[in-house]
Design a protein around this ligand. Structure first.
Ligand code: 5GP
Length: 117
């Protein structure tokens, strides 16, 4: 997406202007429960710096993405789903991305079928 939209509702969650059930936060990322969970555990892990879509990531973003992915084991452990969980990234409207601030869906707490559909 050429349009580098910085302002989404996730920006407001980061700034605590919209309430969210935050499960983890550090200088670079925020993790909070999805408002419409698709499983007993469904959180969104986002970088605080807005990258609209996974497709927009460039080489300079790779350390941040590595950090985000590297937080997943600790967060899933915190949530008690470390033995079985799924990560989903929707990239682009055609893949049902609705908030254009890159986020990892971390989903668990029930048995997860495959293929996901
Ligand atoms: P996407 O469809 O872009 O991959 O995922 C966006 C996610 O954000 C959806 O699962 C949706 O339920 C969640 N979401 C939308 N608005 C809010 C909100 O105001 N608060 C929280 N916690 N989650 C939201």
């Amino acid at each position: 997406m050429a349009d580098n939209h910085e302002e989404t509702l996730f920006s407001k969650i980061i700034r605590k202007e919209i309430p969210a059930d935050i499960v983890f936060e550090d200088d670079d990322c925020l993790c909070f429960r999805d408002i419409q969970p698709v499983a007993p555990v469904h959180v969104l892990l986002i970088p605080k710096r807005c990258i609209p879509r996974l497709a927009d990531v460039d080489e300079a973003d790779q350390p941040l993405l590595g950090k985000l992915m590297g937080k997943v084991p600790a967060i899933t452990k915190l949530l008690g789903i470390e033995d079985a969980f799924r990560l989903v990234v929707n990239s682009g409207a055609g893949a049902c991305q609705t908030v254009f601030h890159l986020h990892l869906h971390i989903i668990g707490g029930r048995s997860l079928g495959w293929p996901p559909g």
